[in-house]
Write a protein that binds this ligand. Structure first.
Ligand code: GLP
Length: 254
């Protein structure tokens, strides 16, 4: 695993976007699975800016989303599809045929999960997956649980996640309690996984990851320890007391 410690969220946006841009150059046909939330916003801002000032070709890239709220469609401003269009797809030159999204309004959610799995199978494994981290260690919407469902599935959103995500919704709106999410199998098979975390409210979960060596479904993030190509990009606040250590150990960290 590699840890890149940044001074702040702005620098994290710069570093993470550079990494994505590099991937686009190395592999113009890359299949990327992308996150939502507050953490990736500076990443997309920087990425859009860099794409605009480069002559990079985007027309063969493929984009997927990690997860989606059940009951919210692409036109709902809290859906993850809406978010990705707002912050990325509408800002860069990509065609809708390059974008595959989970449909939170599907009439049959099991059929929707199967459809998504088949589309992932059609591209092989993801070349690149990026995600933020839940305060309880959830990855995408793989919440702490007795067991994991390996592929795309319907997930019950943990009460603490509903609480954490309330801030995005209007006061009279209810945060959905179910989501569709890709599973840990597709995350672990991704050729590269990048986790981004910023702010003091992520310090505890990052500390837990380094303090608790056990791999357990009760702490989904712990599985990333086994990922063969895992990079964490953290800002100073999320690093907590390990900031100086990470700054001085830019190579592999065990
Ligand atoms: C949601 C998403 C996760 C994301 C998390 C962090 O719950 N399902 O994929 O990692 O939010 O969000 P934020 O970046 O806003 O802290």
């Amino acid at each position: 695993m590699r840890v890149i410690a940044c001074e702040n969220a702005h620098q994290l946006g710069d570093v993470a976007s550079e990494l994505i841009l590099d991937l686009f150059v190395q592999n113009p046909e890359a299949a990327c699975c992308l996150p939502t939330g507050s953490t990736p916003i500076p990443v997309y801002q920087a990425l859009v800016e860099k794409i605009r000032t480069s002559d990079i070709k985007l027309n063969e890239l493929k984009f997927f989303n990690l997860d989606e709220y059940v009951g919210l469609g692409v036109h709902h401003n809290q859906s993850y599809a809406y978010f990705l269009f707002e912050h990325l797809f509408s800002q860069i030159n990509v065609d809708s045929s390059q974008i595959t999204l989970l449909n939170g309004l599907a009439a049959d959610l099991d059929v929707e999960c199967t459809r998504y799995n088949q589309l992932i199978d059609a591209i092989g494994n993801f070349d690149f997956v990026m995600d933020g981290i839940g305060v309880n260690g959830h990855i995408a919407f793989n919440e702490p649980a007795e067991f994991f469902i390996p592929r795309t599935h319907i997930s019950a959103i943990a009460p603490s996640t509903i609480e954490a995500n309330k801030r995005f919704f209007a006061q009279d709106e209810t945060v959905p309690d179910q989501a569709l999410t890709i599973g840990l199998e597709d995350i672990m098979k991704a050729k590269r996984f990048v986790l981004i975390a910023t702010g003091a409210n992520k310090k505890a979960v990052i500390e837990r990851f380094f303090n608790e060596p056990e791999i357990t479904t009760q702490f989904p993030m712990s599985f990333l320890r086994m990922h063969p190509n895992f990079t964490m990009i953290l800002d100073k606040e999320a690093c907590g007391s390990r900031y100086d250590y990470f700054r001085n150990h830019v190579g592999e960290i065990k």
